[in-house]
Design a protein around this ligand. Structure first.
Ligand code: SF4
Length: 339
């Protein structure tokens, strides 16, 4: 018999799935799950016979932690094994102000094939379920205590698995559960135009980040195949629509690849692209993946880029290098799965 997977359920779904006569029991179970209990025996306000039924019929978690890696800079990466044997990675980032951010995966692998990204070399195995996404978050809170932010920037393209993300956020933001604020959630896309409209129109009301990398269309198509079906003018319109509809600013991310997308032409195209968009640009010096044919940008390349954007009046930051020693930085996920 397949056991019930409780981590993907809201209180009323737990009540229905277990055919509980009293609705409040479903809520009690949901609250215990949200407080990260490890066993049904810890659910001390449930009658013993219900705890025994749960042991027989249900699972608290469907996945397990296969490996925990800790970088000297405090970054933690969990390699998580799913029920079907697929492995994913999820990362806890701690910034200089001690804010804790969960960088979670939404797919096992990724179909988008961005050329500078380790996950892109794996191909797509499958979408994660809402429960598997919830479990990533709960594992990280078990390790590190209450998290401040959650970003969908791990393995996979979030806008290709938006329904599962929506459900996971319903569970994590439930007022009787973890009560996570949507203001603390960011969804990062490689530029799926249709998905950006969907997110703007149908929520949830999260922040949006777009991995632009370059606004040089020809170059972008070679680095990010998604650009062919989602060309830059359409992407710009979608970002504009999102910011107008939601009132939220969008972050444009650019992985800087040494001698590839850091020249004057790339800078000028980026400045052009950002015109009339309420955006912030986050530059990410490329994090090395040995088998990929790129190198890190020099300090001068990064500085030139930043200064040029600033002179054009663009709000720009450079992301700190974190988690590199454990393959936990942006673009490196999947490294320890294939090693
Ligand atoms: S950058 Fe994101 S969308 Fe592109 S291949 Fe990597 S995980 Fe997929």
């Amino acid at each position: 018999m397949n056991k019930l997977e409780l981590s993907c359920m809201l209180p009323e779904e737990i009540t229905n799935a277990l055919s509980l006569k009293q609705n409040f029991r479903g809520m009690q179970i949901f609250k215990w799950l949200s407080s990260n209990v490890q066993s049904f025996d810890e659910m001390t306000n449930l009658p013993l016979d219900l705890r025994n039924i749960l042991k027989k019929k249900a699972l608290i978690r469907t996945s397990t932690i296969a490996e925990t890696l800790v970088d000297p800079d405090g970054t933690i990466k969990l390699q998580i094994e799913l029920q079907d044997g697929n492995k994913i990675e999820t990362v806890l980032l701690i910034d200089a102000e001690n804010r804790k951010t969960a960088c979670v995966s939404c797919q096992a692998g990724c179909a988008m094939g961005c050329k500078f990204c380790k996950t892109g070399t794996l191909g797509l195995s499958r979408n994660l379920t809402a429960g598997e996404i919830v479990e990533e978050f709960r594992y990280l809170e078990e390790k590190a205590g209450k998290l401040d932010n959650i970003v969908f920037m791990g393995m996979g393209e979030p806008l290709m698995n938006l329904d599962a993300i929506r459900k996971s956020l319903k569970i994590l933001s439930h007022s009787e559960g973890r009560n996570l604020s949507m203001r603390r959630v960011t969804i990062s896309t490689c530029g799926i135009v249709k998905g950006i409209y969907d997110l703007a129109d149908n929520g949830p009301a999260v922040r949006l980040a777009v991995s632009l990398t370059t606004a040089d269309s020809e170059l972008r198509s070679t680095l990010m195949p998604v650009n062919k079906k989602n060309p830059l003018p359409e992407l710009k319109k979608a970002i504009y629509y999102f910011t107008k509809k939601t009132g939220k600013r969008c972050t444009l991310e650019a992985a800087l690849l040494g001698d590839v997308n850091t020249d004057t032409k790339s800078i000028d195209r980026m400045i052009d692209f950002t015109k009339n968009l309420p955006i912030h640009v986050n530059l990410i010096p490329w994090n090395p993946v040995p088998e990929l044919p790129y190198h890190e940008p020099t300090r001068k390349e990064c500085t030139n880029f930043i200064l040029a954007l600033e002179s054009a009046g663009i709000n720009v930051t450079q992301r700190a290098k974190r988690g590199r020693k454990i393959g936990g930085s942006c673009g490196q996920l999947g490294k320890t799965i294939t090693e």
